[in-house]
Design a protein around this ligand. Structure first.
Ligand code: RB5
Length: 152
Protein backbone atom coordinates (compact mmCIF):
# COMPACT_ATOMS: atom_id res chain seq x y z
CA UNK A 1 0.00 0.00 0.00
CA UNK A 2 1.17 3.57 -0.69
CA UNK A 3 1.18 5.39 2.64
CA UNK A 4 2.12 9.00 3.44
CA UNK A 5 3.57 9.77 6.85
CA UNK A 6 4.18 13.08 8.62
CA UNK A 7 5.02 14.36 12.09
CA UNK A 8 6.37 17.29 14.08
CA UNK A 9 9.49 17.43 16.27
CA UNK A 10 7.55 15.90 19.19
CA UNK A 11 6.92 12.71 17.26
CA UNK A 12 10.04 12.39 15.13
CA UNK A 13 11.29 9.27 16.94
CA UNK A 14 8.04 7.31 16.57
CA UNK A 15 7.59 8.47 12.97
CA UNK A 16 10.96 6.96 12.11
CA UNK A 17 10.05 3.68 13.86
CA UNK A 18 6.65 3.41 12.14
CA UNK A 19 8.15 4.31 8.76
CA UNK A 20 10.80 1.59 9.13
CA UNK A 21 8.22 -0.96 10.24
CA UNK A 22 5.89 -0.29 7.31
CA UNK A 23 8.74 -0.24 4.79
CA UNK A 24 10.03 -3.62 6.06
CA UNK A 25 6.50 -4.98 5.69
CA UNK A 26 6.50 -4.06 1.99
CA UNK A 27 4.56 -0.79 2.00
CA UNK A 28 5.68 2.18 -0.06
CA UNK A 29 6.07 5.00 2.45
CA UNK A 30 6.34 8.67 1.44
CA UNK A 31 7.86 10.72 4.26
CA UNK A 32 6.62 14.32 4.45
CA UNK A 33 8.86 15.17 7.40
CA UNK A 34 9.77 16.57 9.77
CA UNK A 35 13.27 15.14 9.55
CA UNK A 36 14.81 16.08 12.92
CA UNK A 37 14.05 17.05 16.54
CA UNK A 38 14.25 20.75 15.67
CA UNK A 39 11.14 22.67 16.68
CA UNK A 40 8.64 23.07 13.84
CA UNK A 41 4.92 23.61 13.19
CA UNK A 42 2.81 20.44 12.95
CA UNK A 43 0.26 21.90 10.45
CA UNK A 44 2.93 22.09 7.73
CA UNK A 45 3.61 18.36 7.77
CA UNK A 46 0.07 17.15 8.44
CA UNK A 47 -1.23 19.30 5.57
CA UNK A 48 1.34 17.99 3.07
CA UNK A 49 0.56 14.40 4.01
CA UNK A 50 -3.21 14.99 3.86
CA UNK A 51 -2.97 16.65 0.44
CA UNK A 52 -1.21 13.57 -0.93
CA UNK A 53 -4.12 11.40 0.24
CA UNK A 54 -6.74 13.89 -0.98
CA UNK A 55 -5.11 14.04 -4.42
CA UNK A 56 -4.61 10.28 -4.63
CA UNK A 57 -0.83 9.92 -4.69
CA UNK A 58 -1.10 8.01 -1.39
CA UNK A 59 -3.95 5.67 -0.49
CA UNK A 60 -3.65 6.37 3.25
CA UNK A 61 -1.87 8.81 5.54
CA UNK A 62 -0.47 8.59 9.05
CA UNK A 63 0.28 11.74 11.06
CA UNK A 64 1.86 11.94 14.50
CA UNK A 65 2.51 14.81 16.92
CA UNK A 66 2.75 15.13 20.71
CA UNK A 67 -0.92 14.38 21.34
CA UNK A 68 -2.12 13.59 17.82
CA UNK A 69 -4.69 16.37 18.19
CA UNK A 70 -2.99 19.12 16.19
CA UNK A 71 -2.23 16.88 13.22
CA UNK A 72 -5.75 15.40 13.22
CA UNK A 73 -7.38 18.84 13.25
CA UNK A 74 -5.13 19.91 10.37
CA UNK A 75 -5.70 16.79 8.25
CA UNK A 76 -9.46 17.04 8.63
CA UNK A 77 -9.40 20.49 7.00
CA UNK A 78 -8.38 18.91 3.70
CA UNK A 79 -11.08 17.90 1.22
CA UNK A 80 -12.00 14.23 1.37
CA UNK A 81 -9.95 13.48 4.46
CA UNK A 82 -11.43 11.44 7.29
CA UNK A 83 -8.65 11.43 9.87
CA UNK A 84 -9.16 9.37 13.04
CA UNK A 85 -7.23 10.09 16.23
CA UNK A 86 -6.58 6.75 17.94
CA UNK A 87 -4.91 5.76 21.20
CA UNK A 88 -5.88 2.09 21.10
CA UNK A 89 -6.58 -0.55 18.47
CA UNK A 90 -10.32 -1.03 19.07
CA UNK A 91 -10.93 2.50 17.77
CA UNK A 92 -8.49 1.86 14.91
CA UNK A 93 -10.53 -1.20 13.84
CA UNK A 94 -13.90 0.52 14.21
CA UNK A 95 -12.86 3.68 12.40
CA UNK A 96 -11.87 1.62 9.38
CA UNK A 97 -15.06 -0.47 9.49
CA UNK A 98 -17.46 2.40 10.19
CA UNK A 99 -15.84 5.64 8.95
CA UNK A 100 -13.60 4.31 6.17
CA UNK A 101 -10.97 6.65 7.63
CA UNK A 102 -8.21 7.40 5.16
CA UNK A 103 -5.87 8.99 7.70
CA UNK A 104 -4.72 7.97 11.16
CA UNK A 105 -3.47 10.40 13.82
CA UNK A 106 -1.61 9.41 16.98
CA UNK A 107 0.38 11.06 19.79
CA UNK A 108 3.92 10.12 20.80
CA UNK A 109 3.48 11.71 24.23
CA UNK A 110 0.36 9.75 25.11
CA UNK A 111 0.97 6.16 23.96
CA UNK A 112 3.89 3.74 23.96
CA UNK A 113 5.59 2.62 20.78
CA UNK A 114 4.26 -0.95 20.93
CA UNK A 115 0.70 0.36 21.27
CA UNK A 116 1.32 2.66 18.31
CA UNK A 117 2.60 -0.26 16.19
CA UNK A 118 -0.47 -2.29 17.12
CA UNK A 119 -2.81 0.59 16.19
CA UNK A 120 -1.07 1.01 12.83
CA UNK A 121 -1.26 -2.71 12.00
CA UNK A 122 -4.94 -2.87 12.92
CA UNK A 123 -5.79 0.29 10.97
CA UNK A 124 -3.84 -0.75 7.86
CA UNK A 125 -5.29 -4.26 7.77
CA UNK A 126 -8.96 -3.61 8.56
CA UNK A 127 -11.22 -3.09 5.52
CA UNK A 128 -14.24 -0.77 5.38
CA UNK A 129 -17.36 -2.79 6.17
CA UNK A 130 -19.22 -1.38 3.14
CA UNK A 131 -22.46 -1.65 5.11
CA UNK A 132 -25.13 0.70 3.76
CA UNK A 133 -25.76 2.41 7.13
CA UNK A 134 -22.08 3.34 7.40
CA UNK A 135 -21.81 4.45 3.79
CA UNK A 136 -24.89 6.65 4.23
CA UNK A 137 -23.27 8.43 7.20
CA UNK A 138 -20.00 8.95 5.32
CA UNK A 139 -21.98 10.36 2.39
CA UNK A 140 -23.59 12.83 4.79
CA UNK A 141 -20.16 14.00 5.96
CA UNK A 142 -19.08 14.45 2.34
CA UNK A 143 -22.24 16.43 1.54
CA UNK A 144 -21.66 18.66 4.59
CA UNK A 145 -18.08 19.26 3.51
CA UNK A 146 -19.21 20.27 0.03
CA UNK A 147 -21.89 22.59 1.45
CA UNK A 148 -19.31 24.27 3.69
CA UNK A 149 -16.97 24.82 0.74
CA UNK A 150 -19.79 26.29 -1.37
CA UNK A 151 -20.70 28.81 1.36
CA UNK A 152 -17.14 30.21 1.50
C1 RB5 B 1 4.20 20.62 20.01
O1 RB5 B 1 4.75 21.21 21.12
C2 RB5 B 1 2.81 20.08 20.32
O2 RB5 B 1 1.95 21.16 20.51
C3 RB5 B 1 2.33 19.19 19.21
O3 RB5 B 1 3.20 18.13 19.07
C4 RB5 B 1 0.96 18.59 19.36
O4 RB5 B 1 0.82 17.95 20.57
C5 RB5 B 1 -0.16 19.49 19.05
O5 RB5 B 1 -1.34 19.12 19.03
Amino acid sequence: MKIGIGCDHGAYDYKEIIKEMLTKEGHEVEDFGTYSHDSCDYPDFAYACAKSVSEGSNERGIVICGTGIGVSITANKVKGIRCALCSESVSAKLTREHNDSNMLAMGQRVIGVEVMKDIVHTWINTPFSKEARHQKRIDKITAMEEKENESR
